[in-house]
Ligand binder design. Structure first.
Ligand code: PEP
Ligand code: MG
Length: 509
């Protein structure tokens, strides 16, 4: 037994890191005997996945502690439950959940994507983190839920008193502790004005977004669940430009089955009357790990085996996903999009898997195929990619981090990692020209697209679709309606000639 445990600890250290291994060590001490680990291993031996076996064993031990008379022993129930959660967290790469007791602002060192996805939008009025950056996945998810978030505010926020009033400005990133009354009133007024603008935009959100000179622009939504899709449909989204399917795969100990995925994709598509749903295949790795797609620890995970690179190494998991999409496409308008593509060879291997999935399912469906433009190599070779796919979609979050060599989650680099850097815009333009040359659509689904102030610039660069967080759909549509395509093209020329992000931002203002 002890040898097993030591081996498990060593394996955890190798694949999950020392921190996770240390948690296991603590757990081993706490468990003391077979009641916990032995029970979990027995379940594993009967074929129960490790995570579920562990959770069930923890639940049994917690229940037995809760039943004893001795108060000290009863208190150990919470210890066991807590360490149990920490082990699951270490195994799944997702930080442990704490529930929120009442309305307020969640203050944390960092928030993992799965934590952010689980925020209770009724109670959580804002999110304030010490680390992280605006295009990190946690911030993106908080925005998807319509929760104001200020990330990367520095360690001092962790010293805030629980009862201290805090005012957050999710637009500017400003944080005010003990805000004076005048400031609170000022923010109340701004909030009311923003609400009014939003309501006006929402009233016409179901209408198409057409520029003043008659160019129609699809404004689709980025979603990660059926609930997001329902919200997006309510905000007038023209379909889904980015379904982040990885959120169906994270925070669990086995991948969703083909049936489960096919049902989910169909349920998402059912929210939209005939507008396409773009299913991005599994984009795990880096800050979105999935425990059952375990991989060796990497020095540079963002430059490592993530996105399609990981998918191709787990062709069974990707194949299952593609069959599910093909099945959903039998009844709905779907598209497939591959993430983190770098080479034409990778694309070809992914397309081969898709062809096999089509053959396995045995239905002949319309299923346009696209690639994300988020590795600079794809933007530079956009011409060759455009010749082989039906559409391209620029992921400005990753494209920016790779063009500028600036980690998208690093608060210290948030200013540098601005998608309005002319170097990024030139690649967007290059991709747009390549797409147009082959008669393909070019979308932008990175966070940049959700800023109404940038809509004109993107259209001017040749972008034909914007895909944005659901709450942003109505106002981005309004921004398109206020834009003249001819003027947008002139604006784009000026932005391409600029030499700094600040100069581009000045043009937008
Ligand atoms: C992007 O990189 O811009 C993108 C849309 O993908 P994600 O944010 O999920 O990495
Ligand atoms: Mg990306």
């Amino acid at each position: 037994m002890e040898r097993d445990l030591t081996a498990a600890r060593d394996q955890a250290a190798e694949t999950l890191g020392e921190e996770a291994a240390d948690i296991l060590t603590v757990q081993l001490l706490l468990a003391g005997d077979d009641a916990l680990l032995g029970a979990a291993l027995d379940r594993v031996a009967t074929g129960v996945p490790a995570g579920r076996a562990w959770r069930d064993a923890v639940a049994d031990v917690v229940a037995s502690y809760q039943q004893v008379d001795d108060a000290y022993q009863r208190a150990r129930a919470e210890d066991v439950a807590d360490v149990g959660r920490r082990v699951v967290a270490a195994l799944t790469g997702v930080s442990p959940r704490r529930s929120v007791a009442g309305p307020g602002i969640v203050v944390a060192d960092a928030l993992g994507p799965a934590d952010a996805a689980a925020l209770d939008r009724e109670l959580v009025r804002g999110v304030l983190t010490a680390t992280g950056a605006p295009t990190g996945h946690a911030a993106i998810l908080a925005r998807t839920l319509g929760i104001p978030a200020v990330v990367g505010a520095g360690e001092s926020v962790l010293r805030l008193d629980e009862e201290q009033p805090v005012l957050l400005d999710g637009d500017t990133g400003a944080v005010y502790v003990q805000p004076p009354r005048a400031l609170r009133e000022e923010y109340d007024r701004r909030h009311a004005a923003a609400q009014q603008r939003r309501s006006a935009a929402l009233r016409v959100a179901g209408e198409p977004a057409v520029t003043t000179d008659g160019v129609h622009v699809a404004v689709a939504a980025n979603v990660g669940s059926v609930a997001d899709a329902a919200a997006a449909a309510g905000q007038g989204a023209d379909g889904v430009g980015l379904l982040r399917t990885e959120f169906l795969f994270l925070d669990r100990d086995e991948p969703p089955t083909e049936d489960e995925q096919a049902e989910t994709y169909a349920a998402i598509a059912a929210e939209f009357a005939g507008a396409p749903v773009t299913v991005r295949t599994l984009d795990v790795g880096a800050d979105k790990p999935a425990p059952y797609l375990a991989q060796p620890r990497e020095e540079n995970p963002f430059l490592g085996v993530r996105g399609l690179r990981l998918g191709l190494r787990h062709a069974d998991v990707l194949g299952t996903q593609l069959r599910a999409v093909v099945r959903a496409a039998a009844a709905h308008r779907m598209q497939v999009m591959f993430p983190m593509v770098t080479t034409l060879d990778e694309l070809q291997r992914a397309v081969d898997l898709l062809d096999r999935a089509r053959a396995d399912v045995g239905v002949d469906v319309q299923l346009p195929v696209g690639v994300m433009v988020e590795v600079p190599a794809v933007a530079l070779l956009a011409d060759a990619f455009a010749a082989r796919v039906d559409f391209l979609s620029v992921g400005t979050n990753d494209l920016t981090q790779y063009v500028l060599a600036a980690d998208r989650g690093n608060a210290d680099l948030a200013e540098l990692a601005d998608a309005c850097q002319p170097a990024v815009l030139r690649l967007v333009r290059q991709a747009a020209q390549a797409a147009a040359g082959h008669g393909r659509q070019l979308a932008v689904c990175g966070e940049l697209a959700a800023d109404p102030a940038v809509a004109g610039l993107l259209l001017g660069l040749g972008v034909t679709e914007l895909s944005v967080t659901p709450v942003a759909v109505p106002e981005v549509k309004q921004a398109v309606r206020a834009t003249s395509y001819a003027e947008a093209q002139q604006l784009a020329e000026r932005a391409l000639a600029a030499t700094s992000a600040a100069d581009v931002r000045a043009l937008l203002a």
